[in-house]
Write a protein that binds this ligand. Structure first.
Ligand code: PLP
Length: 338
C-alpha cells in the first residue's frame, strides 16, 4: 500500500530505532532524563527560545499553551479552520474554560486587520480577548504557508493590545524548508510555538512546546495535571534528536513529490479547485462522474490510499515513507484515469 492518508503514518527508520536503543534515560518527571533534556535544549536553541517542553502530542502542546495564556472565560482568536478549534475535541473549552472567536480567513490564514477587528473592547459584557493562535503551515488549508509580512503585522497588533501570540507549528518545519526562513525569527515573533515530531519528522510520537522560562515552568505544571509527565521518555525523545539531525532538509523531497502528483492531477479534466500546493498536502475536488468516494475507492484498488475529507474534497499527504518510485507509480495510475 502507498499510504498518502497522512504524514502521521510514518514508521521509524532503522537509524531512528538504533537511536532509541542507544538512548540514555532517566525519570523526566524529576527532570533527570538526559535525552529529553537534550531534545528540549536542541529545540530551544533552534528557535532561539529560552526553554522547551517535550509533550506526548501536538494537541497536548497546543492545549497547554492555550491554558497558560488564558483565564477561564477569556476569548481565543483563531481561524475557523484552525486545528485548535476544529480538531482538538473542544479542548479550548474543556481544558482552559476559554471560548473561541473563529475568523473566516483564506485557507486557514487570517489577517492582522481581521485580528484587530475581533478584539473585544474593555467592557463587562464582553469576554476578555487574551490570545491569538496562528497555524503554519495550515493543515486544512492544504499545507499553505503564511506570508511572513502578515505574521509580523499580526504580532504588532498583539503587542499593541497586550495579547499573547501562539503558533501551532505542527508542520512548521515544512514551512521553514519551503520558505528558507530562519527559525529564530519565529522564536522572536511568537510568545509560544508548538512543533510536531510525529508528522513529517518521522517520529512515532511527540511534540515540543517552546517559550520563555516562566512560560515553560507553568506549562510543565499543566503537563503534569493533564497526565503528560512521562518517566523514561528519553527513548522517545531520542527519535526527536535523530529527526532534528536527519529529517529536516529532506522535507524538500516530500514537497517535490507533492508537486509532481499535483502536476499530474492537473492534467486530468475531472480534477477541480486544487488548493495551491506550498508543501506536502494536496486538497482538491473531482467531478465528471467521479465523487471523492469513488476516487478514493479507485486508487485503493491500485494500492494507493488517500482520504475524502469532506463530501467534496480529497486530501493526499506526502511524507518520509513515500519514495520516488511510489510517487512515480501514483502518477502513472492517475495519468491513466479519465
Ligand atoms: C496534527 C496536528 C496537531 C496535533 O497533532 P497530534 O496528533 O496531537 O500530535 C496540531 N495542529 C495541527 C495543525 C496538526 O496538523
Amino acid at each position: 500500500m502507498i499510504d498518502f492518508r497522512s504524514d502521521t503514518f510514518t514508521r521509524p527508520t532503522p537509524g531512528m530505532l538504533q537511536a532509541m536503543l542507544n538512548a540514555k534515560v532517566g525519570d523526566d518527571v524529576f527532570g533527570e532524563d538526559p535525552s529529553v533534556n537534550k531534545l528540549e535544549a536542541i529545540l530551544a536553541d533552534y528557535f532561539g527560545k529560552e526553554a522547551a517542553l517535550y509533550c506526548p502530542s501536538g494537541t497536548m502542546s497546543n492545549q497547554i499553551a492555550i491554558k497558560v495564556h488564558t483565564l477561564p472565560g477569556d476569548e481565543v482568536v483563531c481561524s475557523d479552520l484552525a486545528h485548535v478549534y476544529i480538531y482538538e475535541g473542544g479542548g479550548i473549552a474543556f481544558n482552559a474554560g476559554a471560548q473561541t472567536r473563529p475568523i473566516i480567513g483564506d485557507r486557514g490564514m487570517i489577517t492582522a486587520e481581521q485580528v484587530e477587528a475581533a478584539i473585544n473592547p474593555d467592557d463587562v459584557h464582553k469576554a476578555r480577548t487574551s490570545l491569538v493562535c496562528l497555524e503554519n503551515t495550515s493543515n486544512r488549508g492544504g499545507g499553505c504557508c503564511y506570508d511572513w509580512k502578515e505574521i509580523e503585522k499580526i504580532a504588532a497588533v498583539c503587542r499593541k493590545h497586550s495579547l499573547a501570540l501562539h503558533l501551532d507549528g505542527a508542520r512548521l518545519f515544512n514551512a521553514l524548508v519551503a520558505t528558507g526562513q530562519d527559525p529564530k525569527v519565529y522564536g522572536q515573533t511568537f510568545d509560544s510555538i508548538s512543533v510536531c515530531l510525529n508528522k513529517g519528522m518521522g517520529c512515532p510520537m511527540g511534540s515540543v512546546l517552546l517559550g520563555s522560562k516562566a512560560f515553560i515552568k507553568e506549562a510543565r505544571r499543566i503537563r503534569k495535571k493533564l497526565g503528560g509527565g512521562l518517566r523514561q521518555a528519553g527513548y522517545m525523545a531520542a527519535t526527536g534528536i535523530y529527526a532534528m539531525e536527519n529529517n529536516i532538509a529532506r522535507l524538500a523531497d516530500d514537497h517535490a513529490h507533492a508537486r509532481q502528483i499535483a502536476d499530474t492531477l492537473l492534467t486530468r479534466s475531472f480534477v477541480a479547485n486544487m488548493l495551491p500546493v506550498d508543501t506536502n498536502i494536496l486538497i482538491f475536488e473531482v467531478n465528471g462522474g467521479w465523487t471523492p468516494v469513488s476516487f478514493v475507492e479507485y486508487l485503493k484498488q491500485h494500492d494507493i490510499l488517500v482520504t475524502a475529507i469532506s463530501p467534496t474534497q480529497i486530501r493526499l499527504v506526502t511524507h518520509l515513507d513515500i519514495t520516488p518510485e511510489m510517487t512515480a507509480k501514483t502518477c502513472s495510475v492517475i495519468a491513466a484515469m479519465s
